[in-house]
Design a binder for this molecule. Structure first.
Ligand code: COA
Length: 297
């Protein structure tokens, strides 16, 4: 496991050569446990890179050789009549996690997108993964107004895709104050406001006394301006110990997100603790559109 001090030595730079790009497969295989056929083909990576898409990597100098220990890959997209970057993959090897490398990779990816004149980056993630929820909403400042059911199909070879592949489609408004503040570490006010709001909310899905997901009355919840949705602190552990329970969490949260998004709510924040207890977390959704939530975009 790398130390925080050691992480300063790890450089973030573009992947440029075939040698750089050929290191992607090993990182994908370790991080997602993927079979070869689900990894990015080297020829496609080379062509994507040559056509101007973004590959940034975190490199550890290992015996004078640059070893790839994390990367972000995004390609050009077109959404709402605007050119976007769709960030397809972000990964950091286990031994290098929690050292801010994920954030540094996203910052580098953002800088390159902004330099290309792009204002919005999108990507998807599993809303049951509390770590990613915290990373995406709290550290980076994304918002979401779209829930995709079984985005990659019912399963893939990845060990992270055993409980279906539902995804939140998140939007990162690259030049917004919200995003700039979060990247500058100024999320304290937002966090305090979110915690305050959470205290007053009756969640649409919450832990019942036995640890299962309980559902609230839909009409009553959606008549409010804000709703919350609770999730377990470590869904991978739930999957390991009780796949049936993991499925119940998938079904309940899928129901809640779809109903709320259809009723005009936007996923705005995620909080790592509920009722002062670390571990489980909760999303905060509010009625309105993304442009109401981020007015300057
Ligand atoms: C997501 C990923 C790239 C983050 O990499 P990283 O280098 O660890 O990222 P950072 O160190 O910048 O930030 C991670 C944050 O998650 C937090 N975290 C870690 N485990 C957590 C958990 N179980 N619940 C909530 N938060 C958690 C860390 O505390 C840290 O937040 P903090 O700095 O506010 O304390 C890495 O975990 C990864 O490769 N995951 C597997 C692949 C994946 O999920 N890709 C992204 C899809 S969006």
């Amino acid at each position: 496991m790398m130390s925080r001090g050691g992480a300063q030595q790890i450089g973030i730079r573009d992947l440029t050569t075939i040698d750089d790009l050929s290191q992607l497969k090993a990182v994908e295989k370790e991080v997602w446990g993927m079979a070869d056929e689900d990894t990015l083909p080297l020829t496609l990576a080379i062509a994507c890179k040559a056509a101007g898409n973004i590959f940034v990597g975190a490199f550890d100098k290992d015996n004078d050789k640059d070893k790839l220990v994390g990367f972000a890959f995004g390609f050009l997209g077109r959404e709402h009549g605007q050119t976007t970057i769709h960030s397809h993959m972000l990964a950091v090897l286990d031994a290098y996690r929690h050292l801010d490398l994920g954030s540094r990779l996203k910052q580098a990816q953002r800088e390159r997108a902004v330099a290309m004149g792009v204002h919005e980056m999108t990507w998807t993630y599993d809303p049951l993964q509390s770590r990613n929820a915290h990373f995406n909403f709290s550290k980076l400042g994304v918002v979401s107004d779209t829930y995709k059911v079984d985005f990659y199909g019912p399963e893939t070879s990845s060990m992270l895709h055993r409980n279906g592949t539902d995804r939140l489609w998140v939007r990162w408004m690259l030049n917004s104050r919200r995003v700039r503040d979060r990247l500058a570490g100024k999320s304290t006010n937002a966090r305090a406001e979110t915690l305050d709001a959470m205290r007053l909310l009756a969640p649409l899905v919450s832990f019942d006394p036995s640890g299962k997901p309980g559902r609230a009355d839909l009409a009553e919840s959606l008549a409010r301006l804000r709703v919350s949705i609770e999730i377990p602190g470590d869904i991978l552990e739930v999957e390991r110990t009780d796949m049936g329970l993991a499925r119940e969490w998938r079904d309940a949260t899928q129901w809640a997100f779809r109903e709320a998004v259809n009723a005009g709510f936007v996923v705005a924040e995620f909080c790592r603790s509920i009722r002062g207890q670390q571990g489980p977390g909760a999303y905060l959704l509010q009625r309105g559109t993304v442009s109401e939530l981020i007015p300057e975009v």
